[in-house]
Design a protein around this ligand. Structure first.
Ligand SMILES: Nc1ncnc2c1ncn2[C@@H]1O[C@H](COP(=O)(O)OP(=O)(O)OP(=O)(O)O)[C@@H](O)[C@H]1O
Ligand SMILES: [Mg+2]
Length: 460
C-alpha cells in the first residue's frame, strides 16, 4: 500500500513516517500543495492524506484539482479543531473521510485499510462503467447533415477502425468519439480520453505508455499508461495536432506494431483499444509545413469524420437549445425554463464562431440571469465577449462583476471572473492572468477546466 502524505508540519510528517513504516505502509511526503500536485502527476497512490491548511494552494484546491484530473486515489482530509465546516466542504468535493488534529495514528491506519478495501472493489466495477456519460452526451441534431453523421457513426461503431474527427472548436468532436464507443460492441470497456495539449511534454510518454517503479526520478510507483487503461475499449487522443514531434514518432511506432512497453519496462503489452483522435487544426497543412508527420497522419486518418460548424446547420438550434437547457438546468438543480419566442429568434440570428460550446455558455448565462421560469431576449447576450469598450478597460484595471446574482457558487464566480478578464483583454491570456493576480499557467488551466477556449483569440 502506498500513501501520499501532504502536511506542512514537520512533526506530524515525521511521527507518521515512523508509525506507518512499522505498519508496513509505504509513504511519500509532501510539504506543500504544489509538491503534492507534482507527486500526483507522476505516480498513483492508494490513498492521499491531505492537510486542509497548507501554505500556497491549500488542501481543498488539491482535492478539486484531483477531481478535475480524474485522479481517483481516495483522500482523507486532516483538519484542525474548529475547521469542521471546511472538512464538510471537502467531503462534499469528494474526500472520502477526515481526521481532526491531533489524531491517533492507529485510527489513521484503520481508515487507510478500509479505504484500500473499498477502492479495490470500486476499481473492479469502474472498468465497466468508465464508458460514456449516458444521456448528457447524446448527439443532438436533426438536419440531413447530422443524420448522415449518425449513420456514419453506426457503420464505424461496428468495426474497430481508427478514426480522425475534425472540426472547429466546440462542434462536438468529443461527443462523436464517445458516441462511436457507446454504439460499439465494446461499450462496456473503458473510454479513456486524454487531451494531448494539456499534458506536459515531459510527462506525456509516461502518461500514454506508463512506467515501471524507478524508471525515472520520481517514478515512485508503477503506473499503467492510458493505452493500457483503455483495454479493449477506446482511447480518445484529443488535440492530436499538439503532439510534439518526438512523441509523434513514438505514437506512430505503437500504432504500427500494436504494442507498447512501459518506460523502464521489459515486456511488450498489446494494444487492443480503438484509437479515435481529434483536432481543430488543419493537419494537412501541418503535414505540408512539416510540423506533423505524414505517416502518422495516414495512420490516424483511416476514417475521417468532419463536423460542420453550427452556422451551417442553424435549423438544429431549437433541438440543441432544448437539450442543452435540460442538461444545464438539471446540473444546476433548477426547473427547466421556457424559452420565449423572441429569445429563440435571437438565438437563430447568430453565427456562433465558438459553435455548440458557445451556445451552451450563452444559455448557461441566460439561465443564471433569468427569473427561473422563462428565458427572455434580455437574458441572452450574443456578444458577451465584446461587451466592454476598450476605454473602460484602460481606465480601471481592476475587474468588477456586474449584475452578478448574489448566491452563486465560488466556482461560478471564478469562471465568470476568468471569462470577464479574457473579454476585457481580447483573449490575451497573459494580461488576463495579471489582472486576476494569477499565473499564466493557472489561467490556462482554468480556461481548460471551464472550457473558455473560445473567449477571444490568443495573442500571438
Ligand atoms: N450534436 C451535439 N448534441 C448535443 N450537444 C453537443 C453536440 N455537439 C456538441 N455538444 C456539446 O457542446 C459542447 C462542446 O462539444 P465538444 O466538447 O464535443 O466539442 P469539441 O469539438 O471537442 O470542441 P474543442 O475543439 O473546443 O475541444 C459540449 O458540452 C457538448 O456536450
Ligand atoms: Mg474537445
Amino acid at each position: 500500500m502506498s500513501v501520499l502524505i501532504v502536511d506542512d508540519e514537520r512533526n506530524i510528517r515525521s511521527s507518521l513516517k515512523k508509525y506507518l513504516s512499522l505498519e508496513g505502509i509505504e509513504a511519500e511526503y509532501a510539504e506543500t500543495g504544489e509538491a503534492a500536485l507534482a507527486y500526483l502527476e507522476r505516480a498513483s497512490f492508494d490513498a492521499v492524506l491531505l492537510d486542509l491548511k497548507l501554505p500556497g494552494i491549500n488542501g481543498q484546491d488539491v482535492l478539486e484539482w484531483m477531481q478535475r484530473r480524474g485522479i481517483r486515489s481516495p483522500v482523507i482530509m486532516i483538519s484542525a479543531h474548529g475547521q469542521i465546516a471546511d472538512a464538510v466542504r471537502a467531503l462534499k468535493s469528494g474526500a472520502k473521510d477526515y481526521l481532526v488534529k491531533p489524531f491517533d495514528p492507529a485510527e489513521l491506519v484503520i481508515k487507510l485499510r478500509s479505504l484500500l478495501e473499498n477502492k479495490r472493489r470500486e476499481d473492479m466495477i469502474e472498468a465497466g462503467k468508465r464508458t460514456c456519460g449516458a444521456r448528457e452526451n447524446a448527439l443532438i441534431g436533426n438536419t440531413e447533415l447530422m443524420r448522415r453523421l449518425s449513420r456514419q457513426i453506426d457503420k464505424i461503431a461496428s468495426t474497430d477502425v481508427t478514426v480522425l474527427v475534425t472540426g472547429e472548436s466546440g462542434t462536438g468532436k468529443e461527443i462523436v468519439a464517445r458516441e462511436i464507443h457507446a454504439r460499439s460492441q465494446n461499450r462496456d470497456e473503458p473510454f479513456v480520453a486524454v487531451n494531448i495539449g494539456g499534458v506536459h511534454e515531459g510527462l506525456m510518454e509516461s502518461e500514454l505508455f506508463g512506467h515501471e517503479k524507478g524508471a525515472f526520478t520520481g517514478a515512485v510507483n508503477r503506473k499503467p499508461g492510458l493505452f493500457e487503461l483503455a483495454g479493449r475499449g477506446c482511447l480518445f487522443l484529443d488535440e492530436i495536432g499538439e503532439m510534439p514531434m518526438p512523441l509523434q514518432v513514438k505514437l506512430l511506432r505503437v500504432l504500427q506494431e500494436r504494442k507498447i512497453r512501459r518506460l523502464g519496462g521489459m515486456n511488450d503489452i498489446p494494444v487492443n483499444a480503438r484509437i479515435v483522435s481529434a483536432t481543430n487544426r488543419d493537419l494537412e497543412t501541418m503535414v505540408r509545413e512539416g510540423s506533423f508527420r505524414e505517416d502518422l497522419y495516414y495512420r490516424l486518418n483511416v476514417f475521417r469524420i468532419e463536423l460542420p460548424p453550427l452556422r451551417e446547420r442553424l435549423e438544429d438550434i431549437p433541438f440543441l437549445v432544448d437539450h442543452l437547457l435540460n442538461k444545464l438546468a438539471s446540473r444546476m438543480g433548477r426547473a427547466v425554463p421556457v424559452l420565449d419566442p423572441q429569445a429563440a429568434d435571437k438565438l437563430r440570428s447568430y453565427s456562433y464562431p465558438g459553435n455548440i460550446r458557445e451556445l451552451e455558455n450563452m444559455l448557461e448565462r441566460g439561465l443564471i440571469y433569468s427569473d427561473g421560469q422563462s428565458i427572455t431576449c434580455e437574458d441572452i447576450d450574443l456578444h458577451a465577449l465584446k461587451g466592454m469598450s476598450p476605454s473602460e478597460s484602460s481606465e480601471s484595471p481592476e475587474l468588477k462583476f456586474h449584475g452578478l446574482p448574489s448566491s452563486r457558487s465560488l466556482e461560478y464566480i471564478e469562471k465568470e471572473a476568468v471569462r470577464e478578464a479574457l473579454a476585457r483583454y481580447q483573449g490575451n491570456r497573459t494580461k488576463a492572468a495579471e489582472a486576476l493576480g494569477i499565473s499564466r499557467k493557472t489561467i490556462l488551466n482554468k480556461i481548460k477546466v471551464y472550457k473558455l477556449e473560445n473567449f477571444g483569440d490568443e495573442e500571438s
